[in-house]
Design a protein around this ligand. Structure first.
Ligand code: ADP
Ligand code: MG
Length: 461
């Protein structure tokens, strides 16, 4: 049998014996390179997969190889450059597999990340950056991932509502957005609505204030096939919104429409949440999502670096994954900061540079307030505070203003209304729009990405 065919058979059986998460993270990008002289050589994308297969899964691999008629005296796991990023584009131009992991020893030459620019007939609030393909599965997020996959396969039938809770920056938004995009890819006419709770609240308040009724608002949300609402802990203390949410929930639930919710805590711990909502949130499946463990954090870093066509050494990966353990957003931030630092100086992201950067991080002031962020952004772009806070719409003022909003969101996690207020705007949708725009740009290889990384470096010095 050809190595390839044989390995496909082996993978098929492995897939049945380990969890989906383990399979995706540790086996998906492997191949059998050689079976000769009693030694089977398995190609793996990086050192973390190598370690994990050697330590944890070697017996399984040996057993399943034996079942397929191969009994090597030894299995070797080798980092193999042939497993460079398997970046594929589907016909819509959406990056299908940017999470594929590149070998550590070679510089990969996979295609650059393209952000899809597709407008669907009905899509609301979904960002293509967050897909299943670039979500790394491991201890901590496995269960949530499995539930989301199940829902993507048949929305509205199982796990309704799905309630995912857990700390900040651990991938909740990424996962639920991925479900939305996956359903939309399979059913382009499905009405998928993703909304942050803040947005839901604000739209409700606006409907009352400006239109004097909430009919359109209610109709919009109740017309969803899949309703995804992020961070429902922000419903706390908002009685009228809770009432509206309750009716939306019932209408969708009774029509077997899928509802997906996230929160930073379980329903029973959300203060001042009406009992009827609390109980409904727990009707389906509640999942406690945890921070990914060390190995998974390393795999995430490798995947994020691979997307940018960067090889990150084992030492640097481990340094970052050790220092930053509770928040993947911060982990990603640290990686981007390191890469920006190296790019500007034309040096490699090696362990010396990474260590030096961490020394800086340790020494830098921990607190920075909104005003300081705006001032430093204005100064960076040579714009006066008066202009950045004022009404002018010139491009060289608007862009810094948008970047300042983005910084307030990333660094201080302020709410949209608060961000708008800090920049002297009345309307929070300006903040949403600006932040989305900059977020999108930072995913592209253009000047905005450069400005943002330069500024991030300067922010704390
Ligand atoms: P939360 O909603 O829990 O606060 P997010 O979903 O916003 O967290 O995740 C923060 C960042 O970390 C995002 O950029 C996301 O892509 C990234 N991230 C988190 N977990 C993973 C993962 N398992 N694989 C890849 N990226 C991840
Ligand atoms: Mg989130």
């Amino acid at each position: 049998m050809q190595e390839n065919t044989l390995w496909q058979a082996v993978l098929g059986e492995i897939e049945l014996s380990v969890s989906r998460g383990n399979y995706v993270t540790w086996f998906k990008n492997t191949q059998l390179i050689r079976y000769k002289d009693d030694v089977a050589v398995v190609g793996v994308p990086n050192i973390f997969v190598k370690n994990q297969l050697e330590r944890k899964f070697n017996d399984l691999v040996v057993n399943i190889l034996a079942k397929n008629g191969i009994q090597p005296s030894r299995v070797e796991y080798k980092i193999h450059s042939g497993i460079a990023p398997t970046t594929k584009h589907n016909d819509e131009g959406i990056l299908k597999n940017p999470g594929a992991i590149t070998g550590l020893s070679e510089v990969s030459t996979g295609p650059k990340l393209r952000i899809a620019n597709v407008t669907h007939s009905y899509r609301q609030g979904l960002n293509d950056r967050y897909s299943f393909e670039n979500f790394v599965v491991g201890a901590g997020n496995e269960l949530a991932y499995a539930a989301c996959q199940a829902i993507a396969g048949s929305p509205g039938t199982r796990y309704n509502p799905l309630f995912i809770y857990g700390g900040v920056g651990i991938g909740k938004t990424h996962l639920i957005q991925a479900v939305g995009s996956a359903i939309l890819a399979a059913k382009p006419n499905a009405r998928i609505i993703y909304a942050s709770t803040e947005q839901f609240v604000q739209e409700f308040v606006d409907a009352l204030r400006f239109k004097k009724n909430t009919t359109d608002f209610a109709g919009f949300y109740r017309g969803a096939d899949v309703l995804i609402v992020d961070d429902v802990q922000f419903l706390a203390g908002k009685e009228r919104v809770q009432e509206e949410f309750f009716h939306t929930f019932n209408a969708l639930y009774q029509a077997n429409k899928q509802i997906i919710l996230t929160s930073d805590k379980p329903p029973k711990e959300i203060p001042t949440l009406e009992e009827r909502l609390r109980s409904r949130f727990a009707w389906g499946m509640s999942i406690d999502m945890q921070t990914p463990d060390f190995e998974t954090r390393c795999a995430i870093l490798q995947s994020k670096a691979a997307i940018q066509n960067i090889n990150l050494s084992q030492a640097v990966t481990e340094l970052l994954a050790t220092h930053i353990h509770s928040n993947i957003r911060e982990l990603e931030g640290a990686l981007n900061q390191l890469l920006a630092y190296c790019e500007m100086r034309g040096v490699e992201p090696d362990i010396q540079v990474a260590t030096a950067m961490f020394e800086n991080v340790k020494n830098r002031p921990k607190h920075i307030n909104a005003r300081q962020i705006i001032e430093r952004t204005a100064k960076h772009f040579h714009v006066s505070m008066e202009d950045i806070l004022g009404p002018k719409r010139d491009k060289d003022i608007v862009v810094p203003r948008q970047i300042a909003m983005y910084m307030l969101r990333c660094e201080l996690h302020l709410s949209f209304p608060k961000i708008a207020h800090e920049l002297g705007r009345k309307d929070h949708t300006t903040a949403i729009h600006s932040i989305n725009k900059i977020e999108k740009e930072t995913g592209l290889d253009g000047p905005i990405k450069q400005y943002v990384s330069e500024l991030k470096e300067k922010l704390y010095v």
